[in-house]
Design a protein around this ligand. Structure first.
Ligand SMILES: Nc1nc2c(ncn2[C@@H]2O[C@H](COP(=O)(O)OP(=O)(O)O)[C@@H](O)[C@H]2O)c(=O)[nH]1
Ligand SMILES: [Mg+2]
Length: 334
């Protein structure tokens, strides 16, 4: 029997699931669930569930790891995760881990949180926060990502903490490829914190800027872009970051409220920058924090930071499994 998969959309997960059960029966197999743009102009958020009737899903779909959760299955934690935007396969994997750690399903919220946190620690990669305490890491860290995602603010938070709390020598560089005045905001932070800032527009000028900042133990590099779809600009940025005469560690920034398709597009477009760490910004704005798991699965990069608001320098933390577990359990960010 061919696999008869169909997609259902609604504004809430429960409504989409009800449609699935109504049309495909109570034992329908959920193949995936994701957040999409809905409405005539893509202005609203909808949940899309792809499902197939029981019996129409070939064994190959199961063996290749293509999802599999039944609409009738009441496993509380698994549904909670899927509803939170965790990809169905990841939710299944996490639940398998939880079950193998303890035969009894966790009941209280505290039990769920601690079981989930252990499973996340085993399944996902955390770490990679920049800092002198983390030996062996690059001195220079650049933040890349779409315009408005929070790169400059993230750098201001990290720079302020390092300079004012840890008392480390910090320097800033802004790569302003088009000389569009993109360094102004970072310059204001540099002045407030009392640290030097240099501006660069290509590999050579970045190399010179890094030489000028030779005394700094940590250098944060901001990237100001204006043409997100301009592939030439992305490869020029890559050239700049990779040929600066010193290793530059590249953090990709994604906002926790981004949709799957947006994350995929950003990842594809910025692939030449060869990011090695992932920072999730605006976690405070995300309604479905499972997107953080989706982003980690999609990129395969270690999660370095969560940013949780606009306050500089308070609203940033090193990403960890405990915090992600409590976010997935619906706890407030602040
Ligand atoms: N709610 C929230 N807003 C943030 C966060 N990080 C940055 N912002 C805001 O997002 C906007 C764009 O930030 P900016 O750092 O200029 O983004 P950039 O274009 O990537 O450099 C600013 O209004 C910031 O205050 C965050 O973690 N949470
Ligand atoms: Mg900026």
């Amino acid at each position: 029997m061919p696999m008869l998969e169909r997609t259902y959309r609604a504004s809430r997960f429960e409504e989409a699931l009800a449609q699935v059960k109504r049309e495909l029966g109570p034992d329908a197999v959920i193949l995936s669930s994701r957040q999409v743009r809905g409405g005539l102009f893509g202005s609203t958020t909808e949940v899309e569930i792809t499902a197939a009737p029981d019996g129409s899903v070939p064994a190959s779909a199961i063996s290749t790891g293509r999802t599999i959760a039944r609409s009738s299955e009441p496993s509380g934690i698994e549904w909670r995760l899927i509803r939170m935007g965790v990809p169905v396969t990841a939710a299944r994997t996490l639940c398998t881990r939880i079950r193998s750690a303890s035969p009894r399903e966790p009941r209280t919220m505290a039990e769920v949180k601690s079981a989930l946190s252990r499973a996340l620690r085993e399944e996902m990669i955390f770490g990679g926060a920049a800092g002198v305490a983390t030996r062996g890491r690059a001195r220079v860290t650049a933040f890349v990502g779409p315009t408005g995602v929070g790169k400059t603010t993230t750098i201001a938070k990290l720079a302020a903490q390092a300079a004012l709390i840890d008392r480390v020598n910090v320097g800033l560089v802004c790569i302003d490829q088009f000389r569009i005045g993109g360094a102004e905001q970072l310059g204001q932070y540099a002045e407030l914190i009392g640290i030097p800032m240099e501006i660069a527009d290509d590999a050579e000028s970045l190399g010179l800027a890094l030489q000028k900042l030779a005394d700094a133990d940590l250098v944060f590099v901001d990237t100001a872009g204006r043409a997100p779809r301009d592939r030439g600009a992305v490869s020029a940025m890559a050239e700049c970051l990779h040929r600066a005469g010193e290793p530059v560690e590249v953090h990709l920034c994604m906002a926790a409220a981004m949709h799957d398709a947006e994350m995929e597009a950003v990842l594809e477009r910025l692939a030449p920058l060869r990011a090695t760490k992932l920072t999730m910004t605006k976690v405070d704005e995300a309604i479905r924090t499972g997107t953080i798991v989706a982003a980690q699965v999609l990129t395969g990069l270690p999660l370095a930071y969560f940013t949780t608001g606009q306050r500089v320098p308070e609203d940033i933390e090193a990403a960890c499994a405990e915090r992600l577990a409590s976010l997935l359990c619906g706890e407030e960010v602040n």
